[in-house]
Write a protein that binds this ligand. Structure first.
Ligand code: A2P
Length: 320
């Protein structure tokens, strides 16, 4: 398995199992299937609401003795309602308790957005904390503290634009080691990729398959399907692979980690077998031409009129 290398020589397997949208009653089984079929990287988050079941699966697999905790890269994320400095470590400890672990390999600030404590999802302006009330550097300093305490081995962020990364980097010498963002052929993020690679920040690609199982309220009515894209399908056919495998291998070849979600045994196995698919230069050129700056996860759900989180991705072509 290809890996991403960190400064202390730790290695993160490039393909991990995503668990966003994996429901209770199925996520534990998905994690067990993944670990028993070669996955050594599981991506979690407190807000996915399924960490307790994942924790039971970890304990079951590790107690069988064939796979050791240290052999698996486990990531989780700090939810937006725990950005205040006094809330970061307690939120992390809750995640560790749910996952039945004593450390994480990687802990990420999930979004550059802060809510009041206890707000799962914002419904009104009053649910937010402003950037002044919860400066990201204060949250980041507690992430550094969590690393110092040995609760996590690596720290990073998620959904950060290069502008937000720069702003944070100006205020700290411990820069994020990872930025997890939406990344796929319709949103190739070349500039962010280049910026992060220059800074030595790794990227993880989320929604690599287009996250077709998002709830309808999150979908644009005419959103394009990645898995049904004609070019992807043609390339898949040429290599005797599936469209999903082409999308996953494309991410790996760009040097990022990638976390396809599945709760289906056949697809979990199919996805890790993407490593065996050999895309050639022609394929890569064709896929490069598919970029259309399309986001499945717009972050619009965080924007209430006039709050500090408008244009969350700091895009030039942003329209309110
Ligand atoms: P399922 O869990 O039933 O396999 P993303 O990782 O972009 O969020 O996409 C997840 C969606 O893609 C889920 O609906 C998942 O369904 C589906 N999926 C996962 N792997 C594959 C695959 N290899 N081919 C087609 N669909 C897949």
């Amino acid at each position: 398995m290809r890996t991403l290398k960190f400064k202390n020589h730790d290695e993160m397997p490039a393909i991990g199992l995503g668990t966003w949208k994996s429901g209770k009653g199925e996520v534990g089984n998905a994690v067990k299937i993944a670990l028993n079929n070669g996955y050594r990287h599981i991506d979690c988050a407190a807000t996915y609401g399924n960490e307790a079941e994942i924790g039971e699966a970890f304990t079951e697999v590790f107690s069988e003795g064939k796979i050791k905790r240290e052999e698996v890269w486990i990531t989780s994320k700090l939810w937006n309602d725990a950005h205040k400095k006094e809330d970061v470590i307690p939120a992390l400890k809750e995640t560790l308790k749910d996952l039945q672990l004593d450390y994480l390999d990687l802990y990420l600030i999930h979004w550059p957005v802060a809510f009041k404590r206890g707000v799962g999802f914002p419904e009104k302006d009053d649910d937010y904390l402003s950037l002044e009330e919860a400066p990201i550097i204060e949250t980041w300093n507690m992430m550094i503290e969590a690393k110092k305490q040995g609760l996590v081995k690596h720290i990073g962020v998620s959904n950060f634009s290069s502008m937000k990364l720069e702003e944070l980097m100006e205020q700290t010498k411990d820069i994020p080691e990872m930025n997890q963002v939406e990344l796929h052929p319709y949103l190739q993020q070349d500039d962010l990729l280049e910026f992060c690679s220059k800074q030595g920040i790794h990227l993880t690609a989320y929604s690599p398959l287009g996250s077709g199982d998002r709830i309808d309220a999150m979908k644009a009515p005419d959103e394009p399907s990645l898995l049904e894209n004609k070019v992807i399908q043609k390339i898949a056919k040429k290599h005797g692979a599936s469209p999903g495998q082409v999308l996953i291998k494309w991410s790996v070849l760009r040097g990022t980690a990638v976390i396809p979600k599945s709760t289906n045994e056949g697809r979990i196995i199919e996805n890790i077998q993407s490593m065996g698919v050999n895309l050639d230069d022609d394929d890569l050129k064709e896929i490069a031409s598919l970029d259309r700056h399309f986001r499945y996860v717009t972050g619009e759900f965080f924007v209430t009129k006039g709050n500090s989180y408008e244009n969350i991705f700091d895009e030039d072509d942003y329209k309110a």
